[in-house]
Design a protein around this ligand. Structure first.
Ligand SMILES: [Zn+2]
Length: 267
C-alpha cells in the first residue's frame, strides 16, 4: 500500500465515524502501518512531524540526564587521593606541610559542615558583535565558624552556576583564622577573639579589627559581622574606611585582615 492510500485511510477514520465495522478493522491495521513508516515520511513529507521528532529526541536526552546521582569524587591530585583514603585527616596537616589544595572536594571532605554565605551577586555585561552577553558575578564566603575562612568569586551565565563556582573558589582559598584573646580588658586566653589588632584592604575599603573582651559581640556592620561569624570570631571591635557599600571589596578587606593576622603579606 502506498503512503497516499494510508493517508486517505487516516482521513477516513477522522471524518467517517459512520463507516461499517469491517472498514474500521482494516483501518486499524492501516494506521499501524503508517506508524511504522512514520520515520521515513518525517523528513520528506511534513516539516511539522519532523520537528516533533527532533523535540522528542531532545526530550529523551534531557530525561536521561535528569536524575543527578550523587557525584562521586575521583581525586585528580596526590593530596586528593591521600585525603579520600583517610591518610590526611585535617586541614592543619595540609597547611603545616605547605601543601597546595587544588581540589575543593578536599575541604568539603575534611570540613563536612562548612557553611557558605553569598556576599554579593551582580550582573556583568559585555558588548559583543551579536549584542550583549550577560553574566552573573558572585562573591561567596565559606567558613566553619571555628577557625577556617575563605572568599571566592565566580562568573557564569547562570546565577546558580556563578554561586556554585564562587563557593568552590572560596573553598580553594580557605585559610586558618588565628583566634585568641588579645583584649587587655579580658586576658582570658580562650579563642573568642583575635590575638592582636589587624588591618586589611580590599579595593578602596580598609577594615581595622581590634580584639574585644568576652561577651562584647561583633561591633561591625552587617556584612562584616556575618563574615567574621563565619570565620569563628565572636568578640571584636571594628573600624571601616572607604566605600563600604561595595560588598566584594568589604569581603576582600575582611579576608585580608584575617590573613594579616598571620603576618602574611598582601597579594
Ligand atoms: Zn578573652
Amino acid at each position: 500500500m502506498s503512503e497516499q492510500e494510508v493517508k486517505n485511510n487516516n482521513k477516513n477514520t477522522k471524518e467517517g465515524n459512520s463507516a461499517a465495522p469491517s472498514n474500521s478493522d482494516s483501518r486499524g491495521s492501516d494506521s499501524r502501518g503508517s506508524d511504522s513508516r512514520g520515520s521515513d515520511s518525517r523528513g520528506s513529507d511534513s516539516r511539522g512531524s519532523g520537528y516533533r521528532g527532533n523535540r522528542d529526541r531532545r526530550n529523551d536526552r534531557r530525561r536521561e540526564r535528569k536524575p543527578e546521582p550523587e557525584v562521586i569524587w575521583t581525586p585528580r591530585t596526590r593530596l586528593g587521593t591521600l585525603v579520600q583514603s583517610g591518610s590526611v585527616q585535617s586541614l592543619d596537616t595540609i597547611f603545616q606541610n605547605g601543601w597546595k589544595i587544588k581540589e575543593y572536594e578536599i575541604v568539603n571532605k575534611l570540613l563536612p559542615d562548612i557553611k557558605s554565605f553569598v556576599v554579593h551577586v551582580g550582573v556583568v555585561q559585555k558588548q559583543t558583535d551579536a549584542g550583549e552577553s550577560t553574566r552573573f558575578k558572585s562573591v561567596v564566603a565559606v567558613g566553619d565558624e571555628n577557625g577556617w575562612f575563605g572568599i571566592g568569586t565566580g562568573k557564569k551565565p547562570q546565577m546558580k552556576n556563578a554561586i556554585d563556582s564562587a563557593t568552590q573558589n572560596a573553598l580553594l582559598n580557605i585559610i586558618p583564622v588565628k583566634l585568641g584573646c588579645g583584649s587587655w580588658e579580658c586576658r582570658c586566653g580562650t579563642n573568642h577573639s583575635i590575638p592582636h589588632r589587624t588591618v586589611g584592604r580590599g579595593g578602596s575599603v580598609k577594615i581595622e579589627l581590634i580584639p574585644g573582651p568576652k561577651g562584647l559581640g561583633l561591633v561591625a556592620g552587617e556584612t562584616i559581622r556575618n563574615l567574621l561569624a563565619l570565620a569563628g570570631v565572636k568578640d571584636v571591635w571594628s573600624k571601616s574606611f572607604g566605600s563600604t557599600s561595595t560588598m566584594p571589596s568589604v569581603a576582600n578587606a575582611v579576608y585580608d585582615s584575617i590573613r594579616q593576622l598571620h603576618g602574611m603579606s598582601l597579594q
